[in-house]
Design a protein around this ligand. Structure first.
Ligand code: 6GU
Length: 255
């Protein structure tokens, strides 16, 4: 069964240039992902078909009107049933991989793109959840909706190759990825760590685990504090900290 994603937006033309290529494009071609776009304007009544209006109480900017948005949601429900409705807004719950996993289990998502000036508060009663993709301001929810489609599509069965699924597991376990290298073995004087050329799979596994731990500790202390370290992890960190100098990027941000 494909994941069905409905997107409610005043800019439907923004989506296909992004979603038709790369992983999301492949997912659609393989029938793992179906995207439907609904233009809010098509559901705005009256000759002017306006989707926004000035705010009650005054102030700058415009506010998205409830009526066309709710009419769009009802048209989608009539056509494809009641999906899980998400309003994209900077005031929403922060998106994390854990939330992505929850969303990816739903068969039908309805993503409602707000504008940064705001959406009539009464729309909240018609959605199941409000989500933000980070603490910065976008001019609309469209890019946030595409972020969600990408993140949930790659978790659908049959979309990724197996080795990528394994790679993704690492972040799912709360660690940043270890450093990766490909040919050449020396690039402008910078060489690949010797262990990766050794062919010793156990040494490589331990080095990668150590790098992931050291990186996470240095770059994302918030994630590191959440980890439950095994005795091997503790040993790898001790071993690293006893070495004369750091060469793994954990000094970043201290220069
Ligand atoms: Cl979902 N919308 C807007 N407008 N800005 C955002 C956002 C969403 N998430 C982070 N910034």
């Amino acid at each position: 069964m494909p994941l069905v994603v409905d997107i409610v937006t005043i800019f439907p033309e923004m989506f296909s240039p992004v979603l038709s290529v790369s992983m999301t494009g492949r997912a659609q071609q393989r029938g793992c992902l179906v995207v439907h776009l609904t233009n809010v304007r098509d559901h705005a009544p009256g000759r002017h078909r306006s989707t926004d209006d000035t705010p009650y109480g005054g102030g700058s900017g415009m506010v998205m009107r409830a009526e066309p948005l709710i009419a769009a949601l009802e048209a989608i429900e009539s056509a494809r049933g009641r999906g899980h409705r998400v309003l994209l807004t900077p005031a929403g719950t922060l998106l994390t991989q854990a939330l992505v996993r929850e969303l990816a289990r739903r068969p039908h998502l309805v993503l409602v793109c707000g504008r940064y000036e705001g959406v009539d508060e009464r729309v909240s009663a018609y959605v199941d959840q409000e989500i933000s993709i980070g603490d910065y301001v976008l001019s609309g929810g469209e890019l946030a909706a595409m972020v969600i489609v990408d993140a949930v599509a790659r978790l659908q069965p049959g979309v990724l190759h197996n080795e990528q699924s394994a790679a993704q597991e690492s972040f799912e376990h709360g660690l940043l990825e270890y450093p990766q290298y490909t040919r050449p073995a020396v690039f402008r004087g910078a060489d690949v760590p010797e262990v990766l050329l050794s062919g010793n799979h156990e040494r490589i596994r331990r080095w990668r685990r150590q790098q992931a731990l050291v990186r996470t500790r240095a770059r994302r202390p918030d994630l590191f504090r959440q980890l439950v370290l095994s005795s091997e992890d503790e040993q790898l960190l001790r071993e690293h900290d006893q070495r004369p100098q750091a060469t793994t990027g954990e000094m970043e941000g201290t220069r």
